[in-house]
Design a protein around this ligand. Structure first.
Ligand SMILES: *Cc1c(COP(=O)(O)O)cnc(C)c1O
Length: 426
């Protein structure tokens, strides 16, 4: 068996922490993206190797053999036995994410597999959830079939009052598909008052844009398919656990080892190749996300100012723009929103066009934006959202900004709207 560091080392992100200790400060997010997994290196190759093995040799020395039932639950994760339990590439991916997210991370085959695992683990009777990603509602429906789990409306005070101890307040922020933000401090106070867990789907604002643990969130969930993968070529889901909850004491397991044990039984692990791709992708997370966030700000500013000025194609065809940067609180540096997203807004926003027909026709007029679902990749995407989500208004077009030059994206949107205007006038 090959040891992969102790849980303490993993939690501390040992490699970069030695340097951080020498300088008396934590390393930057960018440095940790590149080096948080250095201590897991077992070979001189600089680029991580890809391990495809499903099974791993036990110790040569019989005296080093520890049967599963004798293992300390807090160290079991550091031994490779079988890849449904643990594997080197996903371990690296989790090691980096634990450092970037600020709490130990467990990876899953997809964002929905992560959400499912989280609900199974916390096992609430009720979940308060707002709009947001429709697939999460699908999981709650399945759970309702199994055990009667009740879905409550997050934005309805009367519904929130029905929550009891051990239930979940699940907040998606920023929200799919609008990119608008919700106030985490408000929901933390609610969860405390009601004795509920607070879980957050933070997919739309990955590091460095937002840190939900600053608000005492119990579990932070991400669809790693989006910004962590970042290249539209892998599925992944992540649960990061609040550091106070993660590690067990006195031989009792913490949430980290319990989630890992439950994942072993649910079986929803990432593939080896996806783990390898994920590490490759995380190296550039900060570069990509900063660029995507900044370009989105420029584009949303431009769209909003065109709309305000009037007498142009944006004002004529775009009836509403939704994004956290346009929420009234965004202009106040002391507001909850400015504090919650201190490093910029998310790279997804929504446009409401004049009619369903406009929304359906705009995507095919664009040259750079692909017309496809999903988000977070290096390629900019638009989606007439009705294509994949039955719950949204049919005039809505969701936009995910990639890493292209923002002026090119602006000009593409402009020519697309012009072409649409011309077509619909004829
Ligand atoms: C995509 C997405 C999910 C689901 O993730 P998958 O990786 O597709 O399973 C969940 N929540 C949000 C906000 C998403 O955008």
């Amino acid at each position: 068996m090959v040891s992969n560091g102790t849980p303490e080392k993993r939690a501390a992100g040992a490699g970069p922490n030695q340097l951080a200790a020498a300088f008396g400060r934590q390393l930057s997010l960018a440095s940790r993206s590149v080096h948080a997994d250095d201590y897991t290196n077992t070979h001189t190759a600089v680029a991580p190797p890809m391990h495809v093995s499903t099974t791993f040799r036990y110790a040569e020395n019989p005296d080093d053999l520890v049967p599963w039932s004798d293992m300390d639950p807090n160290t079991a994760q550091d031994w490779y036995i079988y890849s449904r339990e643990n594997s080197p590439n996903t371990n690296r991916y989790e090691t980096i994410l634990s450092s970037l997210l600020g709490g130990p991370a467990v990876s899953y085959a997809s964002g929905l597999a992560a959400f499912h695992a989280m609900v199974v683990f916390l096992n609430p009777k009720r979940v308060a959830i707002g709009g947001g990603y429709h697939g999460c509602h699908g999981i709650l429906k399945l759970m309702h079939k199994l055990n009667g789990l009740e879905q409550l409306e997050l934005e309805d005070e009367a519904d929130l009052a029905k929550l009891q101890k051990g239930d979940i307040i699940h907040v998606e922020t920023p929200l799919n598909p609008t990119g608008e933000a919700r106030d985490l401090a408000y929901y933390r106070a609610k969860a405390n008052e009601l004795g509920c867990y607070l879980t957050v789907d933070a997919t739309f604002a990955p590091p460095p844009l937002q840190d939900p643990f600053r608000y005492g969130v119990d579990v932070v969930m991400h669809s790693g398919t989006k910004y962590f993968g970042g290249h539209s070529d892998m599925l992944s889901g992540v649960l990061a656990i609040h550091p106070d909850r993660a590690h067990g004491r006195d031989g009792k397991p913490g949430w980290l080892s319990e989630l890992r044990e439950e994942r072993l039984h649910l079986g929803g692990v990432m593939g080896n190749f996806e783990g390898w791709l994920g590490v490759r992708s995380l190296r550039t997370l900060e570069l990509r996300v900063k660029r995507q966030s900044e370009s989105t700000r420029q584009l949303v500013d431009w769209l909003a100012s065109e709309k305000k000025a009037g007498g142009n194609v944006v004002a004529d065809l775009v009836h509403k723009i939704q994004h956290s940067s346009l929420q009234p609180e965004a202009s106040d540096p002391e507001s909850w929103l400015s504090k919650q997203m201190p490093n910029g807004h998310g790279p997804v926003f929504s446009l409401w066009l004049a009619s369903e027909e406009h929304a359906k026709r705009l995507p095919s007029k664009l040259f750079l934006f692909h017309h496809a679902t999903s988000l977070g990749g290096v390629e900019s995407l638009v989606e007439w959202r009705a294509m994949s989500d039955t719950t949204v208004d049919r005039r809505l077009v969701r936009v995910s900004i990639g890493v292209e030059g923002w002026e090119d994206l602006r000009d593409d949107l402009l020519q697309g709207l012009q072409a649409l205007s011309k077509e619909l006038k004829n």
